[in-house]
Design a protein around this ligand. Structure first.
Ligand SMILES: *Cc1c(COP(=O)(O)O)cnc(C)c1O
Length: 405
């Protein structure tokens, strides 16, 4: 058996489909975000502007976050030193879990090493524990939720994206006595649209289902205190489990759920992805705590982010660029072909010092390849001008589509 040959041919297939992934090697510059240095193959560095960061609000370089992390490093050393159960629970974990429970007005919260793990661990545990459980899952749910549902062994019913009528059809068809979980996201990160949260909660009440809401692309950015779209819309108390990341708007790393005492206790006691892994470093945890506390008290970052996003969408429309409709801070620009998508991204990076990663299958459906811009409070007028000029030139040069398929 020639293992290397099988592996190489798998890569060849990916290449031939134009979706071979190359990572941009960048050094982010603290104090200059969204500027960064990009290292090319010969290790020459060049200054670029990052337009696709999930550090949406620049909290990854916020002075309060940096200071908290320095202090924690000096106080406690580098790592947690164990799993949460065996010597690894640090006081920062306890403080952060209290803070997150309070943010979402839930009884309890639980930290994980990433948002991915929080989705996988929670859904696999809860859906696996409830006998005969059926999970109703939005068709565009994130891979981490899909994996969690799969690993639970529970029955899955997929409803068309944001389609409440289809969801109701599936709920109606299910055994009335079976436990049910409706799993969905508030902001869908590749299209930038939002779920009909209230209508889904109404259905959950009608059919006696639990609700599981991934607020990864909303925490820190929506709601009076950054508690997400559910906070903004006054619906947090109707969501059974709210899940979030600490690596995007909060600018550091980690994930969490907030829910009832009993539910969190079950996940804490049973979820493999929580139990059998070293706890988050106290340094990271202290940074997150400072970030969450700051964004609970300050709205200026999220207000400015919304302004910047609205401005970029308008300027793209004015320049006749095919910006896709989006209700959120996410600005997707349609290309519709994987090879072209990569070419545009390469051209922007190599000739204009503008970094925006091509988004191809399997992250989005084939034929809907796009560039996904995430303007933030620190993208200034100059950066915006340069971007629009560069895009206009590239669109002209490559004869790209001005229509969304
Ligand atoms: C990024 C993402 C996650 C995973 O969060 P990480 O903290 O990056 O692991 C979960 N859900 C959605 C919708 C995401 O986009």
């Amino acid at each position: 058996m020639d293992y290397e040959k099988i592996l190489s041919s798998a890569i060849e297939t990916i290449r031939s489909e134009g979706r071979y992934r190359t990572f941009a090697d960048i050094s982010r510059e603290r104090g200059a975000f969204p500027r960064a240095q990009r290292h090319d193959a010969g290790d020459n560095a060049r200054s670029i502007t990052v337009w696709c960061s999930n550090d949406y609000l620049g909290m990854g370089q916020h002075p309060k976050v940096i200071e908290a992390m320095h202090n924690a490093l000096d106080e406690t050393g580098a790592g947690a030193g164990g799993t949460r159960n065996i010597g690894g629970t640090n006081h920062y974990h306890v403080l952060l879990e209290k803070e997150l429970a309070d943010l979402h007005q839930k009884e309890s919260a639980l930290l994980f090493t990433s948002g991915y793990i929080s989705n996988e661990a929670t859904l696999s545990t809860i859906a696996g524990l409830l006998p005969e459980c059926v999970v109703f899952s939005d068709a565009l749910n994130h891979a981490s939720m899909i994996q969690g549902i799969r690993n639970s062994g529970a029955k899955k019913a997929i409803f068309r994206h944001n389609d409440v009528a289809h969801l109701e059809e599936l709920l109606e068809a299910a055994d009335p006595k079976a436990p049910k979980i409706i799993a969905f996201e508030s902001v869908y990160s590749m299209d930038g649209d939002m779920a009909p949260i209230k209508a889904i909660c109404d259905l959950a009440d009608k059919y006696n289902a639990m609700t599981y809401l991934d607020e990864v692309h909303a925490v820190g950015m929506y709601g009076e205190q950054g508690g997400g779209v559910a906070e903004r819309d006054g619906l947090a108390d109707r969501i059974t489990i709210i899940e979030g990341t600490l690596g995007k708007a909060y600018g550091v790393m980690g994930g969490y759920i907030a829910s009832s005492q009993a539910l969190v206790d079950v996940v804490r006691s049973c979820a493999s992805g929580f139990i059998f892994t070293t706890a988050l470093s106290p340094v990271l945890t202290a940074g997150v705590l400072a970030s969450v506390r700051h964004l609970r008290g300050s709205s200026s970052e999220r207000i400015q982010q919304q302004r910047r996003a609205a401005e970029l969408k308008q300027r793209m429309r004015d320049a006749k660029l095919p910006v896709m409709p989006s209700e959120s801070h996410i600005v997707p620009l349609f290309i519709g072909d994987p090879v072209l998508c990569k070419d545009v991204s390469d051209l922007l990076l190599n000739e204009f010092g503008i970094y925006v990663q091509p988004i191809n299958y399997p992250t989005v459906a084939k034929g809907t390849e796009r560039l996904r811009f995430t303007p933030g409070p620190l993208h200034d007028d100059n950066a915006m001008d340069s971007l629009i000029n560069a895009l206009s030139e590239v669109w002209q040069r490559l004869g790209l589509t001005r229509k969304i398929a």
